[in-house]
Design a protein around this ligand. Sequence first.
Ligand code: CTP
Length: 400
Amino acid sequence: MSNILLGVSGSIAAYRACDVARELMRAGHTVRVVMTPAATRLISPDTFAALTGNPVVVDVFDEPEPGQIAHIRLAQDSDLLLIAPATAHTLARLALGLADDMLTTIALATRAPILIAPAMNPAMWTHPATQAHVQTLQARGVEFIDPTYGVMACGDEGWGKIADTPVIVQAVQQRLQRAQALKGVRVLITAGPTHEPIDPVRFVGNRSSGKMGYAVAEAALAHGAEVTLISGPTALTPPAGAKVVRVQTAQQMFDAVQEAFDECDVFIATAAVADYRPERALPSKRKRDAQRWTLRMVANPDILGTVALRKGSRIVVGFAAETDKALQHAQEKLQRKNLDLIAVNDVLEPGSGFEVDTNRLTLIYADGRIEPLPLMRKRACAEKLIEAVRMIVIQRWGKL
Ligand code: CTP
């Protein structure tokens, strides 16, 4: 069973954390509690200490075990950090990465999955500032147990009541299971565009933002995989916990993949690799001295197609961004590149393709199975893709 760190912040719903702690212990977990100073005004730390049988920490300088630095120990020894209830103020501090009390300090120091059950007045929950913080945290892989609709302690009615205890407990159980789903599996991912230099100031590129690949990396991490992300130039922040190799050109991406491929179990090629590069990158900036300028392009290596030839028992997954006959072209690519799975999308379809946050993928398996997915956020698409990979992992190597 797991070590769960329960963070309690200063909402009137703090008393509900007692039930949550008790139910998690009933499910066999060890529960330790960290409270914000505001929460201690609503419920006593002694209540949680008595319930859980473990000392409760509040102040960053609380050191219940001599010789141990409490915030680092708790951060490293916990399998999951559940913050229930989370106030608007706590969400803001987490989103900003502040470490001004024990709870936020641990949240920064831990690499364990974080689940948050917010509780606050509906006007505060729906405020754009709070929602922006939620999005920031979600982008970092933090997951939310959404508040429910109801009448608040203050009498206001709306969305903001902490989720019911069984819902919170079930979310914790599912998150813990998911965190083990690809434990020990090494996943190599390419993401983003490549930039092929023309001269020191110009390049040939494409419209890939890297969002899909970064979302796949986040989803793989959330399933407990060891992730190496080989990224072309993007404006995105890589997910915490991934080993990141940054490249500019297709050749550099090829070299980085060749080097990392032997050490991976699963390779997922989401990058929009430039198929061609200028034959010669000019050493200095080309001047405007003629009416015409013809660039000679030469082919780049097919990264996915090359490494898939020596894939052995590895699982190799490709993407296909198509503009016509999407399924037919993707099926051909699956066979030509010796893939186990290909995710295809029609980039001309609204909401599906480059730069946007959503995608509509169809998964095509090597055995011919076709699984169309609805239009979803890229993070949700990534989750489905990683679940599909997990099924192939189980089929190939048995239960993890
Ligand atoms: N890919 C790659 N190296 C390349 C080109 C593509 O690794 N030089 C990978 C992509 O990351 C993707 C898959 O191959 O997973 C399909 O990419 P796509 O550009 O659709 O395929 P191509 O083989 O380039 O075919 P075409 O452009 O003719 O459709």
